[in-house]
Write a new protein. Sequence first.
Length: 228
Amino acid sequence: MVDLTASTQSDLAELAMAGNAKNGDVIVAEYQSSGRGRLDRTFEAPKGAALLFSLYLTPKRSASDWGFIAHLAALSMRDVFTQHLNGEAKLKWPNDILIDDKKVAGLIAQIAGTGIVVGIGLNVGMSSEELPVSTATSLAIAGSSQLDRNEILGQFLTLFASRYEEWDSGRDFTSDYSKASATLGKEVQIQVEGRENRSGLAQSISKTGALILADGFEVNVGDVVHLR
Ligand code: BTN
């Protein structure tokens, strides 16, 4: 646990690239001065109000399957806090967790060294005024009975570790993911920088984590807007 760092994601990726990280290493921070989101965006949270951490994994499975790991982490985090909510949390492809259609957590994943670094930022205690955008929410705003970041992290690591072991031994989690998805079954618009937007029905998720549209088009990277 560090009090302040630029980004737990950058820290762990640097250690991994230097050969100084091992499977299961975690870096947690109270505050990040340059928190990183997907696609070179920023991820901001006031000190002490969010659970911010990165986790290093060196899977046995082929690297072509690693795209599913962030989904497995999102599914596990969602299951950890859903039990403390009255409402339900859902997963928005690729890597957001939503409560009542608002983003409560974001995930990022990057290959580094011989493994992958998965970073999670979960809005825990933030008030409405402290949220970076109006489309975000926090566990406190959603009325969660669990706001202890250490406990949430502990529960996440336990649940994720057992699922990750099963996944790494070959188990398919696409059906578990699909049940928790807010994206599948919806008309969506796919936005990829430098490409024309594309719309379609989000039909399924692949074992590598890609979103498959009803016309067979496979989306590996990009943003999704839920249309209806
Ligand atoms: C996103 O919503 O685009 C992904 C956000 C990921 C944020 C987490 S916070 C802990 C870790 N360190 C970072 O710099 N980013 C991730």
